[in-house]
Design a protein around this ligand. Structure first.
Ligand code: SF4
Length: 483
């Protein structure tokens, strides 16, 4: 399934809300990763200072990205790599196909790479008769299931143990077992053979260092190390935003990324790759090709507000913290990048027309901004995109007209003290019919009948009732006299 279904977000989200198993898995994700993250960041003396430094490094890099990209390319080539530039996904896929064809490669192993998902590389390769084997366990599971990742760090988070066991029985031919150890050993056995016979290994990168031409890949399973060192040819696909200026900058990001992503102090493996193998009998590939991909990133860079989207280090913390993602999971977004950061970058990558609903998939609660290790102001970006959508709409649809009228009425009432006071009094009287305790929620179907838009709003969440006394009333009756 490689199709973009961003236009169906509403429908996808409704379907996901009815999936109890999915919501259970997402609850576990939020609790487990949230707790682990908190403990991991408590081991850093000055977490806030570290976040500020990371953001400053990213801002400085993005301000002079052309310079740092040229420096990275020059140093990577000095170390023996060959650097290719791709304006978009199609150009990147063409480079892959040419390189594979020139080497008559038919057996390809892949490390987990979200940017390769972004350009739908697997589908393109399969169409050309090359079947790439995903080697990250989660990615392999979803490849067997014919699905796309539902999370940028844990791609198969939506699957239960039982579903994975069934999948292994059906696709790998083992006897059904829900023993996790046995399932993992099966994956290892099957994938080891594929590493051994692969012609080419494909990976992404977490960071690329301009100063040395090195790139870093982080992982816990050891599959990336095998993918990048066993086959004779290694091709790395790297988004241009992954550049950082200095090797020493890695110290900052290595503290931030694992803690924010999986709640680890450090991932089990960190592979630093600089060029090809040093000697004929040394370790590593004979050839290293690096494809630097733009695919819409220059557009994001051009605007002072959207530029910060490129600071993202793909840790996934904003997904785990987001109440919307926690309720609907990743597939509902219909894009490889789900959650708050997906709602921001997908419209910028695929075009706002195709992903209009995504910037609205947020309550703007700010939880994503709170946890983001590089302090990306995601709510600000969402509002920026919403404004762009509103400005671009030539003919507002009916729903939008009613929404506009409602907001005009709201602005009218809230900017006139007399109307505001009267409105509050009337609301206090009317809410008696729809409130339960101090909440107005889905338990009372009357609201949906009397005021359909409000009923829809409270179908999934509770609204607080109007307070019995306003602050002004309390001030007048009690506090003012004390003064
Ligand atoms: S926006 Fe921030 S929290 Fe979300 S994935 Fe990117 S770096 Fe992580």
């Amino acid at each position: 399934m490689n199709q973009l279904t961003t236009e169906n977000f509403d429908r996808n989200a409704r379907a996901a809300l009815g999936d109890a198993q999915l919501r259970g898995a997402l609850r576990n994700l939020a609790v487990t990763f949230g707790t682990r993250r908190k403990s991991a960041i408590a081991t850093v003396d000055d977490w806030e200072g570290l976040r500020d430094r990371a953001r400053a490094i990213k801002d400085e890099t993005l301000a002079r990205l052309d310079v740092y990209l040229a420096e990275f390319a020059e140093n990577a080539e000095k170390a023996g790599a060959r650097v290719h530039w791709a304006r978009d996904g199609r150009e990147a896929c063409d480079i892959f196909l040419r390189l594979l064809k020139e080497r008559e490669a038919t057996r390809v192993v892949k490390a987990k790479s979200m940017v390769s998902e972004e350009i739908h590389l697997n589908a393109v390769l399969e169409k050309a008769g090359i079947f790439p084997d995903e080697t990250d366990l989660g990615e392999w599971i979803i490849q067997l299931a014919g699905e796309t990742p539902s999370h940028i760090v844990v791609p198969a988070i939506h699957k239960t143990k039982a579903q994975i066991a069934d999948l292994f029985t059906e696709k790998v031919g083992i006897e059904k077992t829900d023993d996790v150890d046995a399932l993992t050993k099966t994956a290892r056995r099957v994938l080891r053979e594929r590493f051994a016979r692969a012609d080419v290994g494909i990976s992404g990168a977490n960071f690329a260092v301009a100063e040395t031409g090195t790139f870093l890949v982080l992982e816990n399973e050891g599959n990336i190390r095998l993918t990048t060192s066993l086959p004779k040819t290694h091709i790395a696909l790297i988004g241009i935003e992954k550049i950082i200026p200095k090797f020493a900058d890695l110290d900052v990001f290595l503290k931030l990324l694992p803690r924010s992503g999986t709640g680890q102090r450090l991932t089990t493996y960190q592979s630093l790759i600089t060029g090809t193998k040093r000697s004929a009998d040394g370790e590593g590939p004979d050839e290293l090709h690096i494809i630097l991909l733009d695919n819409g990133r220059s557009r994001m860079l051009a605007h002072p507000t959207t530029r910060q989207s490129l600071a993202c280090i793909r840790c996934g913390a904003c997904l785990n913290a987001c109440p919307v993602y926690q309720a609907i999971g990743g597939h509902a977004y219909g894009s490889v990048y789900p959650g708050p950061i997906g709602a921001v970058i997908t419209p910028q990558l695929v075009g706002i027309e195709k992903a209009k609903q995504l910037p609205y998939a947020s309550s703007l609660c700010g939880a994503c901004r709170e946890v983001c290790p590089v302090k990306i102001d995601i709510p600000e970006l969402l509002l920026h995109l919403r404004a762009a959508i509103a400005e671009g709409e030539k003919e507002p649809v009916r729903r939008r007209t009613s929404e506009k009228l409602a907001f005009k009425a709201y602005a009218f009432a809230w900017s006139r003290p007399v109307v505001y006071k009267l409105g509050t009094k009337i609301s206090r009287l009317l809410q008696k019919f729809v409130a339960k305790g101090d909440k107005i929620g889905k338990q009372n179907g009357l609201l949906a009948k009397l005021a359909p838009p409000l009923g829809a709003w409270t179908a999934w969440r509770d609204a607080p009732t109007v307070a019995p006394r306003s602050f002004r009333e309390i001030w007048k009756d009690e506090l003012e006299k004390k003064d």
